[in-house]
Design a protein around this ligand. Structure first.
Ligand code: 13P
Length: 272
C-alpha cells in the first residue's frame, strides 16, 4: 500500500456546488477562491489539485474566471455527442465550453434521475473520448451497509461503469473515483476514517482487477460525505484516501479553502 502524498497520486479537493449559486454568487466565489489560491501557491496544481463543479448555468463563467490551477467540472452529462435528448448536455458541448471534466454517477443523479450503471459505462468512455476527466462516484445506501452489502455494491458499481474503458485511457484520461456513502451525504454523519480507508482499499483492489495494480496506484480515490475543515486532515491522512468531494462545506470559500489547506499541510508534512 502506498502512503498518502506519494508521488503517484495528487490530492484532489473538489467542490460540488450541486444546484446552488446564481451567476453573481458564482463569480464572487471564483474570484475569492482565486485570491486565496494566489496566496497559497506552494503545491497547488501539482501535489494538490482543486476542482470546482458548478451547475450548467455557471459553467462558462467558471471557465472564464477559472482560479489559477483549478479545474472546472460539470456535474453530469449525456453519453451521446448530439441528438434528440431534450434537457441534456453532451460531452462535445462541455468540451466546446472549455470544461475540464465531469462528475459521473453522483448518488443524487442515481437516486432522483434514474442514472444507472449501464449508461454510466457509456458516459465514462464518452468522457475519455472527448478529453474530459471523469470523476466516477460510487457508494452504498444505509440499507445496503446495514445489510452487510456495502463492498459488493461498490464493487459492482465500479465493475459495471468501468468495464468498457480502455486500460490506457484509465490513467491518460484523468479518471478519478469518489467514494460517497449515501448515508453520509448532507447528513453531518461522516464515515469514520477507518471505515472510509477500508472501502478505499477495496476500491483500489477492484481498480487493480479491472485495469492493473500499477494503474490502480495512479487513480485518485476521493472520499465524499460531510467533509469539513475539522475532519479533513484525518480523512486525507489515510493511505488510500486521495482527496475529498465536498458539498455543503464547499459552498463558502472559507470552509472549502480550509479543506484544501488540510491537503497542502499533508503534502508539506510529507516533504513532497
Ligand atoms: P456533503 O459534503 O454536503 O455531505 O455532500 C457530499 C457530496 O455529495 C459531494 O458530491
Amino acid at each position: 500500500m502506498s502512503g498518502q502524498a506519494s508521488e503517484l497520486r495528487p490530492i484532489v479537493v473538489a467542490a460540488n456546488w450541486k444546484m446552488h449559486k446564481l451567476r453573481s454568487e458564482a463569480l464572487e466565489y471564483l474570484e475569492d477562491l482565486g485570491t486565496w489560491m494566489d496566496d497559497h501557491p506552494r503545491g497547488l496544481g501539482t501535489r494538490v489539485e482543486v476542482v470546482v463543479a458548478p451547475p450548467f448555468t455557471s459553467l462558462e463563467l467558471a471557465v472564464e474566471h477559472r482560479p489559477p490551477h483549478a479545474r472546472i467540472y460539470a456535474q453530469t452529462m449525456h453519453q451521446s455527442d448530439q441528438g434528440a435528448f431534450t434537457g441534456e448536455v453532451s460531452p462535445a458541448m462541455l468540451r466546446d465550453l472549455g470544461v475540464d471534466g465531469v462528475l459521473l454517477g453522483h448518488s443524487e443523479r442515481r437516486q432522483y434521475f434514474n442514472e444507472h450503471d449501464g449508461a454510466l459505462s457509456e458516459k465514462v468512455v464518452a468522457a475519455a473520448e472527448f478529453g474530459l476527466r471523469a470523476m466516477l462516484c460510487v457508494g452504498e445506501t444505509l440499507d445496503e451497509r446495514q445489510g452487510g452489502r456495502a463492498e459488493d455494491v461498490v464493487r459492482d458499481q465500479l465493475q459495471t461503469a468501468l468495464s468498457d474503458l480502455d486500460v490506457i485511457k484509465a490513467t491518460s484520461s484523468g479518471l478519478s473515483v469518489a467514494y460517497e456513502p449515501v448515508w453520509a451525504i448532507g447528513t453531518g454523519e461522516t464515515a469514520t476514517a477507518e471505515i472510509a480507508q477500508g472501502m478505499h482499499a477495496t476500491i483500489r483492489d477492484v481498480l487493480g482487477s479491472i485495469f492493473t495494480a500499477e494503474i490502480a496506484e495512479r487513480i485518485p480515490v476521493l472520499y465524499g460525505g460531510s467533509v469539513k475543515p475539522a475532519n479533513a486532515a484525518e480523512l486525507l491522512g489515510q493511505p488510500d484516501i486521495d482527496g475529498a468531494l465536498v458539498g455543503g462545506a464547499a459552498l463558502e470559500v472559507e470552509s472549502f479553502s480550509g479543506i484544501v489547506s488540510a491537503g497542502l499541510d499533508l503534502v508539506a508534512g510529507a516533504g513532497v
